[in-house]
Design a protein around this ligand. Structure first.
Ligand SMILES: CC(C)(COP(=O)(O)OP(=O)(O)OC[C@H]1O[C@@H](n2cnc3c(N)ncnc32)[C@H](O)[C@@H]1OP(=O)(O)O)[C@@H](O)C(=O)NCCC(=O)NCCS
Length: 165
């Protein structure tokens, strides 16, 4: 593991599946979530989510530790995602964002694959997410299948999806 600080960002570099994916702190990812992924969100942004696969909430999820991933090149973050275990033994993938100038190069898919891999390492039963309809192609390419219809949510249309191990 190589650790360095650049522009107030702590990078802990490690190759994940030979990809330039780094584990970063919550503070690093929070800025990107708040300012770029969820600028219009009114509900609180937290490191973990209470959401349960296919519906409902369990705040017990929030006692688990999330892993925050960044795709880094030229000492810049190109995109991020995160994941954490849930109380039902599943792994939630959450907060996928790639800066517009780096999209359509496979970075979103790579971040999803690294997150799926982390769930597997943490012995999760499966990985799931609740993507926006507009991002579905990236999830499909990472091997996810839809588990529900698209439904109206706070920020658009979302559906549950699953990746079994
Ligand atoms: C969704 C997102 C993360 C994809 O990142 P990316 O690095 O471009 O993804 P990939 O390069 O791996 O692309 C995977 C597929 O998604 C498609 N795609 C990417 N962005 C898309 C968009 N905004 N709308 C529709 N399709 C998109 C790509 O065309 C590609 O499909 P294809 O190979 O069939 O052409 C990125 O567009 C983004 O950050 N969007 C805004 C935030 C967002 O919606 N996040 C997801 C929340 S659930």
């Amino acid at each position: 593991m190589i650790t360095f600080v650049y522009k107030n960002i702590l990078f802990q570099m490690k190759l994940v599946n030979k990809m330039m994916i780094t584990i970063v702190s919550y503070a690093n990812i929070y800025d990107i979530w708040r300012n770029h992924l969820w600028p219009e969100r009114t509900s609180a942004i937290t490191p973990t989510s209470a959401m349960i696969f296919l519906g409902g909430y369990d705040t017990g999820n929030m006692n688990n530790t999330a892993t925050f991933f960044a795709f880094v090149a030229n000492k810049k973050i190109y995109g991020v995602n995160s994941g954490h275990l849930c109380t039902d033994g599943s792994y939630r993938s959450r907060g996928l964002f790639v800066f517009p100038e780096y999209r359509n190069k496979g970075i979103g898919t790579d971040l999803l694959l690294a997150t799926i891999d982390q769930g597997n390492k943490e012995s999760a039963k499966f990985t799931w997410s609740y993507p926006k309809q507009t991002s579905w192609n990236a999830y499909k390419k990472a091997g996810y299948s839809l588990s529900s219809p698209w439904e109206k949510s706070e920020l658009g249309f979302n559906a549950y999806c699953i990746k079994n191990y």
